[in-house]
Design a protein around this ligand. Structure first.
Ligand code: FRU
Length: 521
């Protein structure tokens, strides 16, 4: 299907009125991308989204419409390092298998197309469609390469996101001179009957209201003194989450470019209330809460307009870190997204927190399962002998009992014959999980890559659950039902095809399942 679809789109792109600077040759260069269609490179993720080729960063414009999950992304079609940003585009019906579509938004005379969101304009407030055929609206940042000024703009599609027309009165939210003024996330707020935009503004977020997505009024600011300010604030999101009962809170996600708990980029969140005008933090301004304690989950936001009968809040992050994103040793493409994750609000002794877990759709990837019957382990056990696997794409679902009695904790190592490994462990004394990638293969490309990341355990239960997902060059760990999450990249010389569990002198009771996973490509 691909060459035909791409060629078709190249023709349509030239009709886009907003792309004033775009020449015919630029259009076709962007449209006819070099293809790594096999996805066969040893580091190429097999069950995570990655672009067919070239550079990708943040997920953008995630919206669900007529059975399709749209994923746009920061994209530079001419290189494997960051450059003039476009919105790449893919769709999925199940959040697992992706169909690549042509570039949706190209840079033009107003600037590069930076991060943003998309919504279904159900009431046709913009007038770009009709109530019967509501338009999709993308709300994005223009970054002017010379002035570096950033403004907010919109584009619309009336054909299920296949073609986009930029609004001819862009920008819809000009900039009075704030240096970092970007990444609009928009949602419809029913109680106040208006669109709300949350925007990153240097060291805080701005909230704006609109009736038609075209003219915006400032509502309030939040965060100047709240949370972590180790880096510039980017890619905010704001949504309501219900706990298992009748209560709900508003969750605000704010990514920071540097200064995260594991070094470099990371995403923090706040919990509070939003009344259509202001966000109020439930907890103290000093409170820091992180979505992920690994090094490689950044700029993540959630899907808009997920079917209300479904009701989930689904998150996707960029699986990299600005410390080394442009240097990781992949050849024809750079970067992948995390697994899509469902966000859940839960109560702790200190108040509400957000947990996240892979969406259940990813379970369809399980092609072969080995049951690990309840076992008492001590010392070091070579699990790959007991539980051999043809695949190095793996999902471990384990339950460990009496973790507080080991006097040591445990460490699960994924290794190759060169003695490279990535390990996940739990240190009982400090009550912390860790991922150690100091010996995980190539880390020559950046001094910031090698290292150990730590995450405090939140649950106090003696039983511990682990959901571990290993792709060719990434590990995602959801501990204790997703209350502690860690995401990390690795680049081994050979695939990790053996796994060992170490549990010190004390015995550790383990049971669960090891699933081999299939590739989505
Ligand atoms: C986050 C970010 C955004 C910006 C985009 C540019 O990774 O810096 O703030 O819109 O990337 O590509």
């Amino acid at each position: 299907f691909f060459p035909v679809a791409v060629a078709f789109c190249a023709v349509l792109f030239s009709c886009d009125e907003g792309n004033e600077q775009e020449t015919e040759s630029e259009v076709s260069r962007a449209a006819f991308l070099p293809v790594d269609s096999t996805y066969a490179n040893p580091y190429r993720p097999q069950f995570h989204f990655s672009p067919r080729s070239q550079w990708m960063n943040d997920p953008n414009g995630m919206v669900y419409f007529q059975g399709e999950y749209h994923l746009f992304y920061q994209y530079y079609p001419d290189s494997t390092v960051w450059g003039p940003m476009h919105w790449g585009h893919a769709v999925s019906r199940d959040l697992v298998h992706w169909e690549h579509l042509p570039i949706a938004l190209n840079p033009d005379s107003l600037g590069y197309i930076f991060s943003g969101s998309a919504v279904v304009d159900w009431k046709n407030t913009t007038g770009f469609g009709s109530v019967n055929e509501p338009p999709l609206i993308a709300i994005y940042t223009y970054h002017h390469p010379e002035t570096t000024l950033q403004t907010q703009a919109i584009a619309y599609s009336t054909d299920r996101g296949r073609n986009w027309t930029k609004y001819d009165h862009n920008p819809v939210l000009p900039n009075s001179g704030i240096k970092d003024f970007r990444d609009p996330k928009v949602f419809w707020h029913e109680p106040s009957s208006q669109w709300i935009m949350i925007l990153a503004e240097a060291s805080q977020v701005g909230l704006y209201g609109s009736l038609d997505l075209k003219s915006w009024e400032p509502l309030s600011k939040f965060g100047q003194y709240d949370g972590n300010h180790g880096g510039v604030w980017e890619c905010p999101d704001l949504f309501q989450l219900s706990d298992a009962g009748v209560n709900s809170r508003w969750v605000m996600i704010v990514s920071i470019g540097s200064g995260g708990p594991a070094g470099g980029s990371a995403s923090q969140y706040f919990i509070g209330d939003f009344d259509g005008k202001e966000f109020r933090n439930d907890y103290g301004a000093d409170q820091e809460m992180w979505l992920d304690y690994g090094k490689d989950n950044y700029a993540g936001v959630t899907w808009s307009d997920v079917d209300p009968n479904d009701g989930r809040r689904i998150f996707l992050g960029w699986m990299s870190n600005w410390q080394y994103a442009t240097k990781v040793p992949t050849e024809s493409w750079r970067s992948a997204m995390t697994l899509p994750r469902e966000m859940v609000l839960y109560q702790t002794r200190e108040g509400y927190r957000v947990a996240s877990r892979p969406v259940q759709e990813v379970y369809q990837l399980r092609i072969d399962t080995t049951v690990v019957n309840s076992k008492l382990l001590s010392g070091s056990a070579d699990w790959s002998e007991v539980y051999p696997s043809d695949s190095t794409l793996l999902n471990f679902e384990l339950t460990l009992s009496d973790v507080s009695n080991t006097g040591f904790g445990w460490e699960l190592l994924f290794e190759n014959e060169l003695e490279e490994y990535i390990s996940l462990g739990f240190d009982q004394e400090s009550n912390q999980f860790f991922i150690d990638r100091t010996e995980s293969g190539d880390h020559s490309f950046s001094e910031d890559f090698s290292g150990i990341q730590y995450a405090k355990r939140i649950s106090g239960q003696s039983q511990m659950s682990l959901s571990i997902w290993i792709d060719r060059s990434s590990i995602e760990v959801f501990a204790d039902n997703g209350t502690v999450v860690m995401t990390d990249l690795f680049f081994p010389t050979l695939p990790f095809d053996r796994w060992t569990l170490e549990s010190g002198d004390q015995s550790l009771a383990v049971e669960g399942r090891i699933h081999q996973l299939s590739s989505i490509w």
